[in-house]
Design a protein around this ligand. Structure first.
Ligand SMILES: [Zn+2]
Length: 363
């Protein structure tokens, strides 16, 4: 099992058991750590622990729908001042005293997570700051609130989680970074997981592309099945992809697979300034000769990729590889032979395909 998976699963187990975990995020100021716990597991003891080791500015991440249901408007002013639009007006549960003690904050946090709570159950302003976690969690927006809610959801708890930045013990006037976070987690027996870990885990364990349309069209390599897919998480990828299947894979013969990332100038106009068009042509020629093969044509979101026309970033093979693996799973293609017409893409693709339990034979 990947070490990423081990870290994520340990964190999920801890959250499911009502224990806090350390979530790390890469920020402009370096790695930062948050103590996160399932809101429906909040106790005075856990809040006292949180307040003692963190900034004490405890927030509770909630899905957009819950912020709306509980009437938690953004805490910002129209002139652009104040905090981020994600931060909501602070509240206290009516059943609390002053609202500031660990006991009171635990009650407010648990009440914010309760499905039976109503907007009128809370005083505004209060001492717990709700923060909106974007739809689709870390796959929509890779931030600490999204990571905390994802962990609670994956742990089978209510999608609500308290989180607070961990303070440096060495420099109590600053936040903890890097090694200090590792030491903190170790000293208190806490699991540690990064937002990147969660993104990788979810990309591998949840379908990333869904089939949208299928037809058969005559092409220069013969009648081909053409299947359209689109990305499940529009905010992150949002691409629409095309799979072209030529012929059928034999019972024992692996399907020849060519993965191609759109290049308008190379693919359509035959530009020789890049290798894209040539690679696609060679793959098609090989497939026509063999009578079978499969092209996964990836079209990332945003402006069309066109070498020579606009400076394009090299495609993120890691995220594409998960999309390709999910497309193969959807199509029921179990054994593929990677085409050698797309050098540089093969190794990552090879790894991702095998992780999904599919068989990949090197080209
Ligand atoms: Zn190109």
């Amino acid at each position: 099992m990947r070490t990423t998976d081990v870290r994520v699963r340990r964190a999920i187990t801890a959250i499911a058991a009502g224990r806090p975990v350390v979530v790390t995020a890469d920020t402009m100021r370096g790695e930062q750590g948050y103590l996160a716990l399932a809101a429906d597991a909040a106790t005075p003891g856990l809040l006292a622990f949180t307040v003692r080791h963190t900034s004490g500015y405890v927030r509770i991440a909630l899905p957009v729908s819950e912020c709306d249901r509980l009437n938690l408007p953004p805490m910002w002013n129209r002139d652009g001042g104040g905090s981020s639009a994600a931060d909501r007006v602070a509240v206290d549960w009516y059943g609390t005293g002053t609202g500031i003690s660990a006991t009171d904050r635990a009650k407010t946090i648990a009440a914010l997570a309760a499905p039976t709570s109503e907007a009128s159950d809370f005083r505004r302003p209060g001492h717990v700051v709700p923060v909106r976690a974007g739809d689709h969690g870390v796959l929509g927006q890779p931030g600490p609130p999204e990571a905390a809610v994802d962990l609670a959801r994956l742990a089978g708890r209510r999608p609500a989680a308290a989180l607070c930045e961990i303070v440096s013990r060495e420099h109590p006037d600053a936040m903890a970074h890097g090694d200090e976070l590792v030491e903190f987690a170790k000293a208190h027996g806490l699991s540690m997981v990064s937002i990147d870990d969660l993104v990788t885990y979810r990309r591998r364990t949840e379908p990333q592309a869904v089939r949208s349309v299928e037809t058969t069209i005559p092409t220069k390599v013969g009648a081909s099945r053409v299947i359209g897919f689109h990305d499940v998480y529009p905010a992150v990828s949002g691409g629409e992809h095309l799979v072209m299947i030529i012929g059928e894979a034999g019972a024992n013969a692996p399907m020849l697979l060519h993965v191609h990332v759109e290049c308008l100038t190379g693919d359509v106009f035959g530009s020789t300034a890049c290798r894209c068009g040539g690679e696609l042509d060679r793959a098609l020629t090989t497939m026509r000769a063999r009578g079978s093969g499969m092209i996964v044509y990836l079209r990332p979101s945003g402006p069309a990729r066109a070498c020579g026309l606009s400076g394009h970033e090299s495609p993120a093979a890691e995220s594409f590889s998960q999309t390709v693996a999910w497309i193969l799973r959807d199509l029921g293609v179990h054994t593929v032979k990677l085409s050698d017409d797309a050098p540089g893409f093969g190794l990552v693709m090879f790894g991702a395909i095998r992780e999904h339990g599919l068989l990949a034979v090197a080209g």
